[in-house]
Ligand binder design. Structure first.
Ligand code: SAM
Length: 263
């Protein structure tokens, strides 16, 4: 794939090297320069790069250093793949990079990836939006060193009783539980944690809200984990008949199928 002299901000997916998009893989194969977040992106993905690709690890670099690298390579006519874990648009810290690239008038393109929230749901075999149970997923985090904006405290968001996906919150599980209980969640609400979803050492924990802190402590999970909470996470929900979608209901007429009138 012949690439332009610009920055490709590529979502690497959650870990499994087969979960990068075909486009993302082709960019890795063709890029002159690859800069990747080595703390979160699997090194195996870098095997897709060509033998002459210049590869940089960014975990130890500051923003200005990373952007300086990208800008100088593009100005010398090279294509740069900036590889981020999951999907770059979710907690990817790409806005600040894009801001500096735009000021430097360096072109860029964002290539989406599979976010860890969906890799975690897949590991659990779960649907996060279940008819007549919840039709909404809130992607958020527990406020820590990065404070939450006004109105986005977990206990405010939790009042909607939707499925919640908590990024960056493994060390803040106790605060998450306190906030959800304060928002009126029942202590037996199902909760699941997936650490390193799609990595060879992926770990899945199923618990309840009241058991979450202990379950995470027992399994020594304090990083690289997705916490999913809400009734959509009931382990045996698939066996109950009460939550079928209209889409495949034989009595429901839509554009592609005429419903059958029963009786
Ligand atoms: C800086 S954010 C990046 C999120 C990423 N952009 C995404 O879409 O998945 C890092 C957080 O994402 C979650 N995360 C990333 N990769 C993960 C994985 N493979 N398994 C579980 N959680 C993951 C964790 O909550 C971690 O603290």
């Amino acid at each position: 794939m012949k690439l332009d002299a610009k920055v490709y901000i590529v979502g690497a997916g959650p870990g499994d090297p087969e979960l990068i998009t075909v486009k993302g893989m082709r960019i890795l194969q063709g890029a002159d320069v690859v800069i990747y977040t080595d703390s979160l992106v699997r090194a195996e993905l870098i095997d897709y790069c060509g033998p002459t690709t210049q590869v940089y690890k960014s975990a130890g670099m500051a923003l200005e250093e990373i952007v300086h690298l990208m800008v100088s390579h593009v100005r010398e006519g090279r294509s740069v793949a900036r590889v981020h874990t999951g999907d770059p648009a979710v907690f990817g810290a790409i806005l600040e990079q894009i801001g500096l690239l735009r000021r430097a008038e360096v072109p860029y393109e964002v290539v989406p990836g599979v976010s860890s929230v969906f890799a975690a749901a897949a590991a659990l075999g779960a649907e996060l939006t279940v008819p007549e149970l919840t039709q909404t997923v809130i992607l958020t985090r527990v406020g820590g060193r990065t404070p939450m904006p006004e109105g986005e405290q977990l206990r405010d968001l939790a009042k909607h009783h939707t499925t919640l996906a908590l990024f960056l919150s493994a060390t803040l599980a106790k605060k998450a539980v306190d906030d959800l209980l304060a928002a009126g969640w029942s202590p037996d609400t199902p909760v699941a944690v997936v650490q390193k979803a799609t990595w060879p050492d992926q770990l899945v924990i199923r618990s309840t809200l009241s058991g979450l802190v202990r379950a995470m402590g027992d399994a020594h999970v304090s990083s690289h984990a997705m916490i999913l909470a809400g009734w959509a996470l009931q382990p045996d929900l698939a066996l109950s008949d009460g939550h079928r979608s209209k889409l495949y209901d034989k009595t429901f007429t839509h554009r592609y199928r005429k419903g059958v009138v029963e009786g």
